[in-house]
Design a protein around this ligand. Sequence first.
Ligand code: G1P
Length: 300
Amino acid sequence: MPNEISKAIVPAAGLGTRLLPATKSQPKEMLPVGRKPVVQYVIEELQAAGLNQMLIITGRRKRAIEDHFDPDPMLLSALEQAGNEALLSELSFIQRNTRFFYTRQSSPRGLGHAVGLGADFVDDDDCVVALGDSLIAGEDPAAPVRAMLHTHQDLKAAAVIAVEQVPADEAHRYGVVSIKGAEPPPGEPVVLTDIIEKPPRGTAPSNLAVAARYVFSPAIFEALGRTPPDRQGEIQLTDAIKSLIQMGQPVYAWPLRADQRRYDVGNFESYFRTFIDLVLADERYGYLARQYIKAKAYEL
Ligand code: G1P
């Protein structure tokens, strides 16, 4: 069944202060992971899930993202004249019938505020939200969003939220959910009963963390509109989702399967892990990287 949802919001306005100095003058979403910047993985995943209208929420020092998704006629004609088909195909992510839109979040007022800036773009439609600093790796990176879109339509949900198991001592870094029933069924929806953003250490209700992909009905924008800022002055998307649950709207968690992994570039530790794993899995350079790391391992 083809999905009828075509719009995605990609928040990419975060300041990236945990990645200084790498992010002094470039967005963290443009940091390379192997051969492409993080946000290109995100856009390609959404394209492969059938979405073709992308609203990227940018901010100060984020212009490189707009340049990256803009066709560059001079570059294209130089490659065409040189008959360089290989490099031309590397740039095909820009075409693929995708329309790109941009809006700026001028001050850091939180993920919920950033998503809320997409209200007019989304209008009365359902939409996907995919965080621009997080990618999904696996055989078919679009599989989770594709399945979540079907779930959203089949169950007439207000929200379907990807979740993943995280170690108990890391749960305080995430939005954490409670679900109906004891065991989360990977790759199947389960009713989400509660959600909390970054619970204090040791108080998380589970080790199921929100995993950077969401499908929403337009009800999320009303919920965001009545969500007050938290103590840091930020409007949290998690709080708006909680208010949907409290209003009795159908909200589901969608646990990623073991072979579907979320990576992010939020800090250097997770960036390095992302870079190494994705380079090792690269179809063109993975072999060389594996050889190098095996040889290097002897020296460590
Ligand atoms: C954001 C969300 C959080 C989620 C996380 C990973 O946090 O607020 O709920 O678990 O992304 O998807 P951030 O990493 O921006 O602090």
